[in-house]
Design a protein around this ligand. Structure first.
Ligand code: TXE
Length: 493
């Protein structure tokens, strides 16, 4: 066992009396109530944060608006790119500190905090930096009739929408925060970020680093608080766009609220009940290690991770037996122990939700199914047999380490079961039969499809859901539409 020593600056940061980060400064509004930040591995309080009220949100939005008009608008695309790259450098330099903050507040394994959360934050920030100089409109030849020899031409401009509200969940606060921050800043927008009330510390620290990177005060603001704080942001007339990642019910409620606010722009990246289809040609021994890793990363608390395994009936018994063997051997323990591969769930309400599903699954459990009798929000990685596709365990997103498995006979049945879901975020096909794979891909209702892999996000590849899994796409250059207004100009000459 090698347990990570908490850095002194991490300890000092946690001990601070945290406020909000507004216009380049920590703002404390002493009348606001405090929210406890709990380490999910120990159930101990590690810090407190402020619960922003309406006045604080207004202050943060005004700061972002002033910075949009007065500071960020005059920064050239090339300079925006440099500053985002500088922020990426600083995140890299402070990677251990940020990784520890994430682990202490979200329960993420330290190795995942380091090599996924923080490392990907750097990669995504650099991707967004590279987009700043590539945002452009078009030149169009209109078809208007020319009566007296006049000519016409048209151009389109892309202009930043203005102040963006980024509302962030607790599973990958820093990385998802960087998606929203990077998208906003590269397109010339400014942002107010509201991290999850469970995991606000890493983004408060990132905002400080942004100032050091030369990003002007007010361009990035962070307000902490609960859903109420998010609602104040959505209602603010100066906020022109909301970018939300989180649960489906909250996403739907945010979408409605945004529409009631003069059709405010909104992009929603929500949940999933993602399918992994294991076709008859694969070797179970070959695919299982990667499939299990992709499924149970961060204890299954990943929106794109699979929760439904479909296994061809010829491989079903072998799959179930070997998957159970691997799951039984996963070392469960403290996320600060570098040898552990399975940590706690991230927070108490989510622990309660997962316990509810474990109870529901008791008669169908193949392996796992228990809450671990110790301090912290620990449960076993669990594989559940499902016989009926109307089973709530097959239908509802658990967002935890509970995966259902069901056999299929042929591809028609497979597609019909895979698409039997209100969600459509991601799916994977495990096969080397390319002809079959390419015939299945168009039939699957999901925004992302992986072949012989699952849960891999890349900044160059668009990401987002269909059906109740969301609206809009992040990354690549697909996000640019959502953060800019397309203005058309027609010229007669
Ligand atoms: O998410 P919420 P919660 C799923 C997972 C989990 C469930 C609930 O199943 O058990 O969601 O988690 C803010 N207006 N996911 O409650 O409510 C909130 O403060 C504006 C999937 O944490 O979606 C937080 O900052 N904002 C998900 C953020 O929204 C509101 C990742 C997410 O909160 C708000 C995490 C409101 N009315 C959990 N209500 C994924 N898709 O990756 C809440 N918030």
């Amino acid at each position: 066992m090698s347990t990570v020593q908490i850095l002194e600056n991490v300890q000092n940061f946690m001990n601070r009396s945290h406020g909000h980060f507004i216009h380049g400064k920590t703002v404390q509004n002493t009348h606001e109530s405090r929210i406890n930040i709990i380490n999910p591995a120990t159930e101990q309080r590690v810090a407190t944060i402020a619960d922003a009220d309406q006045a604080t949100v207004d202050q943060a939005v005004k700061s972002a608006h002033d910075a949009f008009v007065n500071a960020w608008a005059s920064v050239s695309p090339y300079e925006r790119s440099l500053k985002l790259n500088k922020l990426a450098d600083l995140v890299e330099q402070h990677s251990e500190e940020l990784a520890q903050l994430e682990t202490l507040t979200s329960g993420k394994l330290i190795m995942i905090s380091r090599h996924l959360e923080v490392a990907q934050t750097v990669i995504f920030l650099r991707h967004f930096a590279s987009c700043a100089t590539k945002i452009h409109g078009q030149t169009i030849q209109p078809s208007l009739p020319s009566m007296q020899g006049e000519k016409y031409t048209a151009v389109t401009l892309r202009q930043p929408v203005g102040v963006v509200a980024g509302i962030i969940p607790w599973n990958f606060s820093l990385m998802i925060g960087a998606w929203k921050i990077g998208s906003a800043l590269t397109t010339g927008c400014t942002i107010v970020v509201k991290p999850s009330e469970f995991t606000s510390l890493s983004l408060l620290r990132l905002a400080e680093l942004a100032l050091k990177a030369g990003i002007p005060a007010g361009v990035i603001n962070v307000v902490t608080g609960t859903g109420k704080t998010g609602q104040y942001l959505i209602d603010s007339p100066l906020v022109k766009k909301i970018s939300f990642t989180g649960s489906v019910p909250t996403g739907i409620s945010i979408g409605k609220q945004a529409m009631h606010n003069d059709l405010k722009r909104v992009s929603l990246e929500l949940g999933g009940k993602n399918a992994a289809a294991i076709l008859p040609d694969v070797s179970i021994d070959e695919i299982l290690p990667l499939l299990i890793q992709s499924t149970f990363v961060h204890q299954g608390q990943v929106c794109a991770a699979p929760e439904r395994f479909f296994v061809h009936q010829s491989k079903y018994d072998e799959f179930v037996e070997k998957a159970a063997q691997i799951l039984k051997q996963l070392k469960i323990g403290s996320p600060l122990d570098e040898s552990v591969v399975f940590g706690p769930l991230s927070n108490q309400p989510h622990f309660e939700k997962v316990k509810h599903y474990l109870k529901m699954a008791q008669d169908q459990i193949i392996t796992g199914g228990h809450v671990i009798d110790t301090q912290g929000y620990f449960v076993e990685p669990t594989l559940v047999k499902v016989e009926n596709i109307e089973d709530p365990l097959f239908i509802e997103e658990t967002f935890g380490p509970i995966v259902t498995v069901i056999p299929f006979e042929n591809e028609v049945e497979l597609i019909s079961m895979m698409n039997h879901s209100r969600f459509g975020l991601s799916a994977s096909i495990w096969s080397n039969d390319l002809s079959k794979v390419f015939r299945l891909i168009p039939q699957i209702e999901a925004g992302s499809i992986w072949v012989n892999m699952h849960t891999f996000l890349d900044p160059a590849v668009p990401f987002g859901g269909v059906k109740a899994s969301g609206v809009g796409r992040e990354f690549s250059d697909a996000f640019i539409d959502d953060y800019t207004e397309l203005k058309s100009v027609m010229i007669r000459y």
